[in-house]
Design a protein. Structure first.
Length: 120
C-alpha cells in the first residue's frame, strides 16, 4: 500500500525499478521524475492523470515504431512532463525552448570535468 502523498508506481507502465523503487541511469531522469511527483503533490494534476498521459505518450511512441526496450522511458517521461506542464499553464513552449538553449550554452562553455552551472 502506498504512503499518503506517494505516487502509485503500479499505475506506470514500463517504469524501470527494482525492489527499492525507481532506478535512473542519469541524474536528469531522477530530476524529471521528482518534478512530476512534486507537481502532482502540489495539486497541478493527479497521479492518475499523470499515468494516463504517460501511457498515451508510450502508446504514441509504439505507434511510431519506437522499440519498447526501456531505453527511452525517461525521455517519454520528460515529453509528458513538458506537455502536461504546458496544458496546465505552468510554462509555454518559448520558455521551454529558452531554458533548453540556456542549458546547451552553459554546457558548451563549461570546462571538461567541471559541473555545469545554469545561470538564472
Amino acid at each position: 500500500m502506498n504512503q499518503p502523498n506517494q505516487p502509485d508506481l503500479t499505475q506506470l507502465p514500463g517504469l524501470p525499478k527494482d525492489e527499492g523503487g525507481p532506478i535512473f541511469a542519469e541524474p536528469w531522469q531522477a530530476q524529471a521524475f521528482a518534478m512530476a511527483v512534486k507537481l502532482s503533490h502540489a495539486g497541478y494534476f493527479t497521479w492518475t492523470e499523470w499515468a494516463a498521459e504517460l501511457a498515451a505518450e508510450l502508446k504514441a511512441a509504439a505507434g511510431r515504431g519506437e522499440p519498447d526496450d526501456g531505453s527511452k522511458y525517461y525521455q517519454h517521461w520528460l515529453n509528458t512532463l513538458e506537455r502536461l506542464a504546458q496544458a496546465k499553464g505552468l510554462t509555454n513552449q518559448q520558455a521551454l525552448n529558452d531554458r533548453k538553449e540556456a542549458w546547451a550554452d552553459a554546457y558548451r562553455h563549461t570546462p571538461h570535468g567541471q559541473p555545469v552551472i545554469l545561470k538564472r
